[in-house]
Design a binder for this molecule. Structure first.
Ligand code: APR
Length: 214
């Protein structure tokens, strides 16, 4: 599913962030930058030692006390298809009254700004903070969509051509798709079409003869 914001296509996809063939994938890191579980573990494992080494250098030279939540740094992609990894730290969910939304928005915006600064044309985000950090999924998606659109508007001509939101599960894809539909009203029409095509493809009993002609 995709929607155009200025020159940028925001694309919702289901898959593994480490498989994305884009200029940069975004890592849902922790302040140590030394890897962890989830996205962080997958990127460090699959990307190999080059990512670890460059993260260590960033810690040594720029962030000896660790990467603060909301900030973003960049390393090369090592063995990943992606040329670069943008590491950002999302907020740990503590109930929503501790500035979590602002920090999450900053993580998306700073990652996008860094990609633009490097002249990158495509960037893929996981659903930052919605795993180990416990951010409620729908709330996090709303913050993400708002932050991405705001940053794209600010970046103007230097914005990337593609921003991909990579959902790890079918359920997360469907939940984010529903949110995108309400966030981008114009999308609702096209999405219904795509949705019906999916239903047709599944040969669901719900599929009316009409939909297969869509
Ligand atoms: N590709 C895409 N999405 C993934 C993948 C993957 N390979 N693995 C997990 N996800 C999804 C999760 O389902 C969740 O929706 O990414 C989202 C973020 O989950 P986490 O990776 O747990 O990230 P986060 O919630 O930001 O917590 C970060 O967890 O792994 C540690 O070191 C990391 O301490 C940091 C914390």
């Amino acid at each position: 599913m995709r929607v155009k914001v200025g020159k940028t296509s925001i694309v919702l996809a289901k898959g593994d962030i480490t498989d994305q063939d884009v200029d940069a994938v975004v890592n849902a890191a922790n302040p140590s930058l030394m890897g962890g579980g989830g996205v962080d573990g997958a990127i460090h494992r699959k990307g190999g030692p080059q990512i670890d080494e460059e993260c260590l250098e960033i810690r040594r030279s720029q962030y000896p006390d660790g990467l603060p939540p909301g900030k973003a740094v960049i390393t090369r992609g090592g063995k990943l298809k992606a040329r670069y990894v943008i590491h950002t730290v999302g907020p740990v969910w503590k109930g929503g009254k501790n500035g979590e939304a602002e920090v999450l928005a900053a993580a998306y915006r700073n990652s996008l700004a860094l990609a633009a600064q490097k002249g990158l044309n495509s960037i893929a985000f996981p659903a930052i903070s919605t795993g180990a950090y416990g951010y409620p999924f729908e709330d996090a998606c709303r913050v993400a969509l708002q932050a991405i659109v705001q940053e794209l508007n600010e970046l103007g001509g230097s914005a990337p051509e593609e921003v991909r939101l990579v959902m790890f599960t079918e359920g997360d894809f469907d939940r984010c798709a529903a949110l995108m539909r309400s966030f981008f009203p114009g999308l609702a029409k096209t999405l219904d079409r795509n949705r019906w095509l999916k239903v047709c493809a599944r040969g669901s009993r719900l599929a009316s003869p009409l939909c297969c002609r869509l």
